[in-house]
Design a protein around this ligand. Sequence first.
Ligand code: IVH
Length: 682
Amino acid sequence: MNVNERLAFLRGEIERHNVCYYVRDAPLISDAEYDRLFAELQALEADHPELASASSPTQRVGAAPLAEFAPVAHARPMLSLNNAFSDEEIAAFDRRVREALAVDGDVAYSAEPKFDGLAVALLYENGVFVRGATRGDGAIGEDITANLRTLRTVPLHLLGARWPETIEVRGEVLMLRADFLRLNERQRELGEKEFVNPRNAAAGSLRQLDPRVTAQRPLRFFAYGIAADDGPFLPRAHCTVLQWLADWGFPVAREQRRVSGLAGLLAYYREIGERRAALAYAIDGVVYKVDDLRAQQQLGFASRAPRFAIAHKFPAEEAITEILEISVQVGRTGALTPVARLAPVFVGGVTVSNATLHNADEVQRKDLRVGDTVVVRRAGDVIPEVVRVLAEKRPRNAAEFVMPQSCPVCGSCIVRAEGEAVARCSGGLFCPAQRKQAVLHFASRRAMNIDGLGERLVEQLVEASIVRTPADLYRLAPPALAALERMAEKSANNLLTAIENSKRTTLARFIYALGMRNVGEATARDLARHFGRLQALLAADEAQLLRVPEVGPTVAQCIRQFCREAHNLEVIRELQEAGVTWDDSLPAPHTDTALAGKVFVLTGTLPSLTREAARQMIEAAGGKVSSSVSKKTDFVVAGGEAGSKLSKAESLGLTVIDESGLRQLLAPALPASSAEEERCSP
Ligand code: IVH
């Protein structure tokens, strides 16, 4: 096989396995085998840049950013569908179809979910994906080829051997609900804006000028039709088109079905309506299409919509209610969130009486006021939101909402960092609201997993000043608990056992439990894996933190800030003293490094390390810290305003270093989990 053939083989194989994995949920090879093929292709392409191809699977990471999207004129307009909301409207549709086709009996329809995403058109020439566009106004869309290439569910080459020379595949780009929730969790961790619902998240991710951003977002494509010239390859029925699309490697809705007559349509509507909440993606109705393609042609179009298809929408998950109050909640990191207290209303299958208003800007943008009548929406399992105000119903004296100037819980001042949408209480753990949230977070299932330590209990413990920091939990004794409301002896004992059991944990959970801003579960795991030891993490400087995959400047800064606070280090020490341990397989203590047993003395103020942090760092590298200078001292680490210890060191001719000297000295000895780090150290 020559290089060209091998490239073509690898690209084809990888695409085929992509489809098996991402589209069909039925991988044929192990991840390791897949990785091997991928690595071989990457290496081959690196050796032969002249054979590069935009439709190689290696190019899915996202190309360079664009200045703007180019316009695309759709060869066939992307039309919309007429909507129906009642059985009667569907009966009328079916009657019109039968009359126009002069059919006596039942018509066969393709019934499908109506995806709530963004319509796109994918153009394939000779089986190769060459262009992808948004719907735009139906006639002209935007060229988002580079973004669509990053979606694993968009085949770069069609599978199989038979396809029309030119074919446009139409469908919808969306985000699965589970992916949406995970993305928002990630956004939260990174301090980035959260998306309101899966549709907005998909739209925001797809219309990115930087395809590398799109590549990071969990978008999926689902095909629902084609636009092609008549040709020898085209089937007779829409259901067959969908089958072909699946064979070519496109995801097609599993719920799609061929049904017969009005009764078939209505039964399908009821069935999907019942399953709607459990579907992996959001849908806003179902679509019925006359199955026979010739009949479709015969029926044709009326103005902007086809006569052969109709959307049967589900009742809107919206309701109208009144804002009784706008209160402000203080979260774990001090973030103030305005929350609308609503007159309870039934929407999307549940009773809603609160809706987050996100932040002050959002309240202002929507101009929400107490007393307003508002439209509330709840989409699937997504948090309820206030969509808009019915301005005509506003009471005359409704006052504009203003964010409080000081924390509503502890009175500390409120700060809003530049460029941030969120205002925060500056009280830290002085603020009981933050303290409660910090303790709740610490105890939560994915952190220290203290069963039975719920919201009400934490509230009582914090309010009675029995618990000020998470470390206080390990000092709880039966008498203190017995004094609490509704605390029977048995539940007190259960709680104490749960607290005791939580002492054995993992480093990743412990880091997560500490509740550093922007350090969520995934980041905590990365940090634990990278540093191996808590001390190494606490002592790491920004550059070292930035070497952790997925840790960017914001996260690094938050970690540094946390580790600089003496009271945080104090809480950690107390927790460890109380017996909190983890048994991750730690790298062996550094008895074999050049620094094993070396004696350090710290003097003066170091620019960025506290004494405690420097001590922990030295110990993690196998050294010892002593408080007095003698001939046995190996290194004196001197910071600003160092006094007599420095003069003594100089008179004894000892090695004096500063903070950066210390870091250089320790770098090779601290646990490094990647070869990269080894290389970086001097
Ligand atoms: S067929 C000629 N099938 O609904 C119209 N559209 O109102 C062909 N949509 O933005 C559309 N799911 O993207 C069709 N299973 C489905 C659909 C679907 C969602 C969207 C479509 C368009 C809108 C039309």
